[in-house]
Design a protein around this ligand. Structure first.
Ligand code: UGA
Length: 445
């Protein structure tokens, strides 16, 4: 007989949890999302997503309407209503070290354990240092009531911000760690549609699943820092890193994706995850990983300094009182997330050196203002570049790439742009009289 459809709870409703909850409702399950923040729960329950994520608000509205999706601050009530409990809370970097702060995952698992009134599976999705899941499993075992059968498994998530809905509904693969045969059957049921669409279902041990997630992000970060190191070489050797990346990318073993040289990676995941990996690898004595990740981090941060230096150079050695127009604040396009944003980092560094920096971002203006209230913010591209001695393109929103260089040119003091993402159409910009300075793509005038 077909197993009953499991009911789902999702603990933590940030990028990961809110998207996962809505996506599970889309796959046909009854889902309750839980968060300790009443303001967030109220927004979500009212059909509003507290951050910018394309397509998520529509999905949310659809399943609030179907009645399959609800939100609450009451963890015990949510656990009582469901059979599979996804843990999607954050694991931020600790204030005083590179280690991950595990307070939220621990309290989520403890909370679920205490609230269990019938059998259920606890599924960890948060990104954690290897070894955490085994400890959480013990915690669950110690706190779960007598007579209730439960187990903890790991199911890492690979979604990207800006593409979160699509990545969740159509994952490249589903990874399940440490599941008993019964729990594996439930997970195959939960991810039935993506599996039917061809997503490989990969069952493995608990610690391997934890490490899959961390290694995937570490590899992506390494790819970016590799091409940024080559970009430095291109600069001094007078070569073009874009053409080079295209050419090596055709080798299927290398692949062109994630080989865009420029300002480097930021956001709430890659920087924090490689640092947490360094910390954990050092604890475990895996020193090669520590050295490799230190280099990846260092190369990445050097790109930010490089852009600051290019701006200084463009302004004749000092930016004191220079007007600088900054295009982009988010850590990448299609998000309003400014956590560890390279763009804001560069803007703030130039501001500290006495420049008059004006920032515009199509979506991240508000979140940026909250994080760096001392910078000036414009409401559109043209105002941002008004009277600028140099323009910096720091986040490659299509709105910037499509902007008319002639129109921008009429607003600035000097037609010099640092294209820190190597994405501008050089022919168009130079035809309009601009000097375009790239990172590993030379200077065109
Ligand atoms: C990243 C991973 O791509 C996801 O698979 C993972 O699930 C997620 O972290 C996570 O751990 O939650 P995300 O942080 O949303 O996703 O952003 P990415 O699209 O990976 O971009 C990261 C940064 O790398 C951005 O700042 C982007 O500008 C930069 N980047 C990306 C480059 O500098 N060059 C490239 O070629 C690609």
């Amino acid at each position: 007989a077909a197993a009953l459809k499991p009911r789902i709870s999702v603990i933590g409703t940030g990028y990961l949890g809110a998207t996962h909850a809505a996506a599970m409702a889309e796959l046909g399950f009854d889902v309750v999302g839980v968060d300790t923040d009443p303001a967030k729960v109220e927004l979500l329950a009212g059909g509003r997503v507290p951050f910018f994520e394309p397509g998520l608000e529509e999905l949310l509205a659809r399943h609030l309407a179907t009645g399959r999706l609800s939100f609450t601050t009451d963890l015990a009530e949510a656990v009582a209503m469901s059979d599979v409990h996804f843990v999607c809370v954050g694991t931020p970097q600790q204030a005083t070290s590179h280690a991950a702060d595990l307070r939220f995952v621990e309290s989520a698992v403890a909370g679920i354990a205490r609230a269990l009134s019938h059998d259920g599976i606890v599924v960890g999705k948060s990104t954690v240092p290897v070894g955490t899941a085994a400890r959480l499993r013990e915690l669950l075992g110690a706190l779960a009531p007598e007579g209730v059968s439960t187990e903890l498994i790991w199911n890492p998530e690979f979604l990207r911000e800006g593409k979160a809905v699509d990545d969740t509904l159509h994952p490249d693969r589903v990874v399940i760690g440490g599941a008993s045969p019964a729990a594996e059957r439930v997970m195959r049921q939960v991810y039935g549609q993506p599996i039917a669409e061809g997503a490989p279902f990969l069952a493995m041990g608990l610690t391997t699943a934890e490490l899959v997630k961390v290694s995937a992000n570490a590899f992506l970060a390494t790819k970016i820092s590799f091409i940024n190191a080559i970009a430095e070489l291109c600069t001094v050797a007078d070569a073009d890193v874009n053409a080079l990346a295209d050419a090596i990318g055709f080798d299927g073993r290398i692949g062109r994706r994630f080989l865009d040289a420029g300002l480097g990676f930021g956001g709430g995941c890659l920087p924090k995850d490689i640092r947490a990996l360094m910390h954990r690898a050092a604890e475990l004595g895996a020193l090669e990983v520590v050295g490799l990740m230190e280099q990846v981090d260092e190369i990445n941060m050097a790109q930010r300094q490089r852009v600051v230096d290019l701006a200084l150079e463009a302004c004749g050695g000092s930016v004191l009182n220079a007007r600088i127009g900054v295009l982009g604040a988010a850590f990448k396009p299609l998000t309003d997330d400014v956590r560890d944003s390279p763009a804001l980092n560069v803007a703030a560094a130039l501001h500290l050196r006495g420049a008059q920096v004006t920032v515009f971002d199509p979506e991240a203006g508000e979140t940026a203002r909250r994080m760096f209230p001392t910078l000036s913010y414009a409401d559109d591209t043209l105002t941002a570049v008004d009277g600028a001695h140099v323009v910096l393109l720091l986040t490659e929103w299509s709105e910037f790439l499509d902007a008319d260089p002639e129109e921008l040119g009429r607003r600035v003091r000097a037609r010099t742009v640092v294209d820190a993402r190597n994405k501008l159409d050089r022919e168009r910009w130079t035809a309009a009289g601009w000097t375009v300075i790239g990172l590993g793509t030379g200077v065109t005038a």
